[in-house]
Design a protein around this ligand. Structure first.
Ligand code: CA
Ligand code: CA
Length: 738
């Protein structure tokens, strides 16, 4: 036994800590790196053009999993990753709202343990840096309750944000250990320029260094949860500059290049059909703005990679690199939310127009109203993103690029929503065994094709650490671990998975057993895919394989029944009122090309509303004037076959009021949906046309609102290319008071 180990043991005995087992020195350190809102093919070793040399290097001497899955969203992913349970079992089936149901408490419950809590009895010290987001942290009131902050859930040190999104230059809900701080009043960390990604990496480095200094011989668990590349698009100008012009050709050249790279890397089967474009570059009005969005996004990821370089560098400097198990995963697929992409353009003024904020004044809004210096925060199409006074997301077109070659986005349980890289690096264990392994390394690293999901991380870490999952903790009975250890795969052995992989998020649901995946969107029927032959989910086999559908659906139902998932729809809250995050506006004055994110769009659930439109269709015989929602819930005012139609749809079905006459040329129209489900439509003060639905739109549609098209899910029976070629003179939507 060397001196330092003996000293650690003595110290542990003196301090009354649990006796550190003799083999502590051999237990690996564990570093879990979680990235935010990054698609499957963004990083270099998964086919992306974004420079991630440090992740690529870990992959090259480690392993890349080709079929690993997250849960499709920030909070549930964190809950599952930290506890080894499915999110609902940990109390986080949705986000941070309490839905009065154990599966949807919006707060990590006490019948689960975190990785830090589970590793502690094996002698581990635990550190966390970055985004927490498994307990509420949006408001001052929420932040007054620290009972589920990292230090109360097994971690010894913490630096990061409790809430899930915010400025990279001045994050809200910033906490050091158990103390709420601001980037301005933190005496321990005053870099020349504060940038959250750097701050997270700096603290991870610091934890590794201080651990080596103060805890010699003791293993550590370090959880590093970057917010890169979640919106807002915030990056340092010097990083953005490296991508200048790279995306000027639009979405399609990048998607094509990524497919080619993925194939080259052995990550894409040619049988997987390419997907139709979600957005057409030729329709993008402000191409400089749109290209800039992806430049900033890429810069955010490269900056994260440089942070990882520094963490790895510190592990090496401390002689810990060989015996550290590193796992890198992403929390959900590329994000199509249109945050900050709708409202009108506000130019930047010459000087800050608002009073500066004091050093102690916290940013409680995850979307700040102003910067600390007093610049108003701007959003809207055309506001060049990147700086601290902007708040914008990169939108659906780039999200589809991020998720190449897969379908759908963050929120969905189709492959684009839930597929993530998993890079595993552990030199002490992962070694080349055959000539083929060495050859694979020269091509960028070995691949593991066994499917897996987040619940496996706890099982894997405990296996690697020689730790035991508890049956009781803090006097509470702990739910049994759901995952399967992936460790045998590290040395080329097989794993036996006893249960299928399962998902539920916002009513979207899926189950995968072997090559077969059953998947559905909320309130939609099951689709069946052979993901080996068709991982882009283009050929639905549900109607030709009814027995397989039945068996997989039964497996999903059985899981949902035992794992606090049911009843479906609980995530929306009682009476469908759901989150407080929805817009409180009652009147919307809109223009062509406007796009409002779900949280900015009219809150139409269970409400009556009126659309007043003046338009000139010219010679157009088709096209959407305004649409909100998709194929489950929503409404649309559109022209088809030269007539004007108003459609609304909900769980109660779909109803359409249509004008008889031609709608070419200039017209004014009023469309109304009453809270009892009655639709009325009138054009140019002609007689009123009516139709009836079983009730109002029951729940807030997931899709936002588009003026001049319907993107994403389609409300009406028109094609995906439904742009209105006429002009929209004015468009007003007014909703009734609740
Ligand atoms: Ca996320
Ligand atoms: Ca839509």
């Amino acid at each position: 036994m060397n001196r330092s180990v003996r000293f650690a043991l003595l110290a542990a005995a003196f301090m009354g800590a649990p006796a550190t087992p003799l083999f502590a020195a051999q237990r690996p350190n564990i570093l879990v790196i979680l990235a935010d809102d990054i698609g499957f093919s963004d990083i270099g070793c998964y086919g992306g053009e974004i420079a991630t040399p440090n992740l690529d290097a870990l992959a090259a001497s480690g392993l890349r999993f080709t079929q690993f899955y997250n849960t499709g969203r920030c909070c549930p992913t964190r809950a599952s990753l930290l506890t080894g349970l499915h999110p609902h079992q940990a109390g986080v089936g949705h986000m941070m709202g309490d839905r009065g149901h154990d599966g949807y408490r919006g707060n990590l419950n006490r019948r689960c343990v975190t990785l830090a809590e589970a590793l502690k009895p094996a002698g581990y010290r635990s550190y966390a840096a970055g985004k927490w987001h498994v307990t509420p942290g949006l408001t001052a009131k929420a932040l007054a309750d620290a009972h589920n902050w990292p230090l109360q859930r097994g971690f010894d040190r913490y630096y990061g944000t409790i809430h899930g999104a915010g400025s990279y230059f001045d994050p809200s809900s910033l906490v050091r250990d158990n103390r709420l701080i601001t980037m301005a009043n933190d005496p321990e960390y005053q870099p020349k320029e504060f940038y959250y990604t750097d701050a997270i990496a700096d603290h991870a480095v610091r934890f590794v260094r201080e651990h080596a200094r103060d805890q010699k011989g003791r293993p550590f668990f370090l959880y590093v949860a970057f917010t890169a590349a979640h919106w807002p698009l915030h990056a340092k100008e010097s990083d953005i500059a490296r991508y200048k012009g790279r995306y000027d050709g639009g979405y399609e050249p990048v998607r094509a290049a990524r497919r080619a790279n993925l194939k080259e890397l052995g990550l894409l089967d040619e049988r997987w059909a390419p997907l139709a474009p979600a957005e057409r570059w030729e329709d993008v009005k402000d191409k400089a703005f749109e290209a800039r969005c992806m430049e900033v996004y890429a810069a955010q990821i490269e900056s994260m990679d440089r942070g990882i370089e520094r963490i790895v560098g510190e592990l090496k400097a401390q002689g810990q690199f060989e015996n550290t198990l590193i796992l890198y995963v992403q929390d959900n697929g590329g994000c199509a939310e249109g945050v900050g992409r709708g409202k009108g353009f506000t130019p930047r003024g010459d000087k800050p127009s608002l009073p500066p904020m004091g050093k102690d004044e916290p940013q409680f809004n995850s979307t700040p109203k102003q910067t600390r210096e007093g610049w108003p925060v701007r959003s809207g199409l055309g506001v060049m993103p990147g700086g601290s006074d902007t708040y914008i997301a990169y939108g659906r077109g780039w999200a589809q690029v991020s998720n190449t070659p897969f379908r759908e986005y963050k929120h969905w349980t189709h492959e684009g929503g839930i597929s993530t890289p998993l890079i595993v690096h552990w030199p002490a264990v992962i070694k080349d065994e055959e000539e083929g392994d060495a050859a694979a390394r020269r091509r960028g690293g070995r691949l593991v094709h066994a499917p897996g999901q987040l619940v496996d991380i706890m099982a894997t870490c405990l296996d690697a650490a020689g730790a035991t999952y508890p049956t009781e903790f803090r006097g509470e009975k702990i739910k049994p671990l759901e995952g399967t250890s992936l460790r045998p795969l590290f040395t080329g052995q097989a794993i036996e998975r006893l249960r299928p992989l399962v998902w539920e998020h916002e009513g979207n649901r899926a189950v995968r057993d072997g090559r077969w995946k059953l998947v559905a969107e909320e309130n939609q029927p099951w689709e069946l895919y052979d993901v080996e032959a068709d991982r882009s989910e283009c050929r639905d086999l549900a109607s030709s394989e009814p027995e397989r559908v039945k068996a997989l659906a039964a497996a999903w139902e059985a899981w949902a029944a035992r794992a606090d998932v049911l009843p479906l729809g609980t995530w929306r809250g009682k009476d469908g009122a759901e989150d407080d995050a929805l817009s409180k506006e009652r009147r919307f004055t809109l223009k062509a090309g406007d796009r409002l994110d779900r949280t900015e769009a009219p809150a139409v659930a269970k409400r009556g509303f009126t659309i007043t439109a003046k338009f000139d269709a010219g010679a157009a015989r088709d096209g959407v004037i305004v649409a909100q929602g998709g194929k489950a819930h929503g409404y649309a005012l559109y022209i088809a076959d030269g007539r004007l139609h108003f459609t609304a749809r909900s769980s109660a079905g779909r109803a359409t009021a249509s004008t008889p006459g031609p709608a070419g040329g200039a017209h004014s129209a009023i469309a109304r949906l009453d809270s009892d489900g009655a639709l009325t439509l009138t054009m140019d003060q002609q007689p009123i046309l009516t139709a009836k639905m079983g009730g109002p739109i029951a729940v807030m549609p997931r899709d936002g609102l588009d003026v001049g098209s319907d993107s994403g899910g389609l409300v009406g029976p028109y094609p995906a290319s439904n742009r209105f070629s006429g002009s929209i003179e004015s468009l007003i939507i007014e909703i009734e008071e609740p």
